[in-house]
Design a protein around this ligand. Structure first.
Ligand code: ATP
Ligand code: MN
Ligand code: MN
Length: 300
């Protein structure tokens, strides 16, 4: 079925892709990026993206008329997603809801066909949604905080985690801040994970109250970095590594090694084109060890 010469075909494109309608429709108007280019992006980064999101409940940011019009957050399954997008019934605040997940690139592309730009997985997998396997400290800087201070905050989170024998990995959000991600061995429930993260954040704040804050209140956050530990509750999500952001510039949430972090200038360092280039040329996983590490959530 492939009549193109093989060397012109990306590895991920060797598989038949979901049918994509309106590939020329412009999605990022300032950057002249089309729906077809978004699909090609996700195919091009599949090798790095898929391990981060398959078999996890997903929330989506969908922008049917492009990012300049209306985008919406969606967490529920819809039959229109087709056979490559799976439903999972989960308990939620009022009863039960059908959540969604994918198993492969075809599932991702089926969601792109439905105008998904951002992918936000849970920190738990569909076989045990009540047992988190990764925690996220989402560092949200107030207006005017210097990038060097945001990087220093992430390193401080890293160093404090080392003190409780936890390894962590860092990601540019593609927006303003950084995410420090901590894989944990499954066992504790969400309440226990959340309690750990809250206590961890509160300790950092207690020791540097002029720099950090652990409450979401806008006033308290002024001039400080909000250590957003609230991502670690049942049903909460964080943007997936390698996901595009539905923001001007078509930025990407990018996983980095701690060494690479030092060389960045902002959380929006990577856009679609740079990320695609990085995916093609990367040899070593910037998150080396992340998926192999087995570490228990400590008492805190
Ligand atoms: P930034 O660096 O600009 O803060 P971010 O992705 O960390 O980018 P946040 O606003 O801090 O953005 O949100 C953290 C996470 O919370 C998001 O990645 C997303 O998964 C989730 N989130 C944000 N807004 C919503 C929403 N309206 N509904 C559900 N989840 C959301
Ligand atoms: Mn954030
Ligand atoms: Mn946040």
């Amino acid at each position: 079925r492939d009549d193109k010469p093989l060397q012109d075909v990306e590895p991920a494109m060797a598989k038949p892709a979901a049918k994509l309608t309106s590939p020329d429709r412009v999605v990022f108007p300032d950057d002249s990026i089309s729906k077809g280019e978004v699909a090609a992006y996700y195919q091009g980064v599949a090798r790095w993206l898929l391990p981060e999101l398959i078999k996890r409940p997903l929330s989506l940011v969908r922008c049917p008329a492009g990012i300049a019009v209306t985008c919406f957050f969606q967490k529920h399954h819809n039959a229109s997603f087709g056979p490559k997008v799976f439903a999972i019934e989960l308990r939620e605040s009022d009863g039960r809801g059908e959540y969604l997940y994918v198993k492969d690139i075809d599932g991702v592309l089926a969601l792109v066909q439905m105008n998904t730009l951002e992918f936000h997985p849970w920190g738990a997998r569909v076989d045990a949604p009540d047992k988190p396997d990764r925690l996220v400290f989402d560092l949200d800087p107030a207006e005017g905080i210097a990038w060097t201070d945001i990087k220093a905050a992430a390193r401080e989170v890293h160093d404090r985690l080392v003190q409780v024998k936890l390894r962590s990995w860092v990601r540019l959000s593609g927006g303003k801040g950084l995410h420090v991600v901590v894989p944990i061995r499954r066992g504790p429930d969400w309440a226990q994970a959340k309690a750990f993260c809250e206590a961890f954040a509160e300790t950092m704040v207690a020791q540097a109250p002029l720099h950090y804050v652990a409450t979401a209140s806008k006033v308290a956050r002024k001039g400080r970095i909000f250590i957003d530990w609230l991502r670690n509750t049942r049903g909460a999500t964080s943007v997936c590594s390698w996901s595009l952001r539905a923001r001007p510039g078509a930025t990407v949430a990018m996983p980095l090694s701690w060494d690479e972090l030092g060389r960045t200038r902002s959380a929006a360092t990577y856009d679609l084109k740079k990320a695609l280039r990085r995916a093609r040329t990367l040899t070593d996983d910037p998150w080396q060890g992340f998926s192999q590490v087995r570490q228990a959530l400590p008492k805190f």
